[in-house]
Design a protein around this ligand. Sequence first.
Ligand SMILES: Cc1cc2nc3c(=O)[nH]c(=O)nc-3n(C[C@H](O)[C@H](O)[C@H](O)COP(=O)(O)O)c2cc1C
Length: 131
Amino acid sequence: MRRIIYTSRSLIDGSLAALDAIVAESIAWNTEVGVTGMLWWDGRNFAQVIEGEHDGVAVTIDRIRGDRRHRDMDVLFDRVVLTRQFGDWAMRRADDGVESTPGTTFLLGFALGEPTPSAKRLYDIIIATES
Ligand SMILES: Cc1cc2nc3c(=O)[nH]c(=O)nc-3n(C[C@H](O)[C@H](O)[C@H](O)COP(=O)(O)O)c2cc1C
């Protein structure tokens, strides 16, 4: 399994409809390639986790990277992992209910454990999304 964690700057307008459109597209594609994950959006920035088999994650991150709805992608983690940690959903907004809490808690722990400006930014995005 492979997991990628990144942040980026949002270029979508401030509407949740624009965010939900991204999630809907993501579910359609990710389901085909067995990728799962979660998406945080604080109004100005994204944070996203994608997990799955190596090839599925590779083709998915290429699609995401070229998307003009965000820029300045900053990959904080791209490693082989043993298990999924962010649930079984093809994609999910992190602010959409208590089922998302374990994923958010895991990501906060990751951010707190990394002494880098990128991880501080990730931490801030998670907190702002949740508040
Ligand atoms: C922040 C963000 C996260 C995204 N996450 C995914 C994703 O997990 N899976 C996916 O297929 N597309 C995702 N997308 C959308 C892709 O970038 C792309 O627009 C979509 O897959 C359609 O690609 P196509 O126009 O090449 O068919 C995301 C876009 C943004 C801006």
